[in-house]
Design a protein around this ligand. Structure first.
Ligand code: 4NP
Length: 197
């Protein structure tokens, strides 16, 4: 009776910690997970990916979440982000969004990113998401290595959706967070238009 419950993002398997829960409670939980799982499968599931998952891909995650919320289509999307490296994960706990990236989002009215922690892309993400979108060609190269290929054509580069396909420079090195924000916004707007939800 295993299965992925998307909201809690963890395996609800053989009710280990529910030994003493009532039958009715377990039944309700199974029903809830079935419903969530069905909803999850019908959503457009997007995973944004960069190197560290503390600058560009979380910016893309929260810019896109803000955009779909403002357009009234948030219920059609499941949006998350990950990194190709484990540089920003210590003893299994990911670092929060890098403060200059968070401040750039705040300047644009996006404030609630405190719950985000860096995670690393895994091979199992391939079946979980419809689109797995890197910020630059080097990300795409590393994504294909981790995912073991792209037989269903899910792996993309964000600004390939725009009129001017290009990489998004890493502000961790350039310190140009405003420029990264503008590029990511351009990519997310082009992606949204492409999906036409
Ligand atoms: P990001 O930037 O890939 O846009 O999150 C980076 C953040 C951290 C590191 C590299 C890039 N790092 O090496 O720790």
């Amino acid at each position: 009776m295993g299965g992925l419950c998307p909201d809690v993002n963890e395996e609800i398997s053989p009710f280990h910690s529910l030994r003493y829960a009532s039958k009715a409670f377990k039944g309700a939980l199974i029903e809830y997970c079935r419903r969530k799982s069905k909803e999850f499968r019908t959503m457009i599931r997007i995973l944004f990916v960069c190197l560290g998952n503390i600058c560009r891909s979380p910016m893309a995650e929260f810019i896109m979440k803000d955009m779909v919320r403002k357009k009234g289509t948030a219920d059609k999307f499941y949006i998350a982000s990950a990194g190709t490296s484990d540089e920003e994960i210590w003893n299994g706990i990911g670092n929060p969004v890098y403060p200059p990236a968070r401040e750039e989002l705040t300047r644009h009215g996006i404030t609630d990113v405190s719950g985000k922690r860096a995670t690393q892309l895994t091979r199992s993400d391939y079946k979980k998401y419809d689109l797995i979108i890197g910020m630059e060609q080097r990300n795409v190269h590393n994504m294909l290595r981790i995912l073991g290929g792209d037989p269903e054509g899910k792996v993309k580069r964000l600004l390939d959706y725009s009129k001017k396909p290009r990489d998004i420079s890493d502000p961790w090195y350039t310190h140009r967070f405003e420029s990264a924000y503008n590029d990511i916004l351009e990519g997310c707007e082009a992606l949204y238009d492409h999906l036409n939800p």
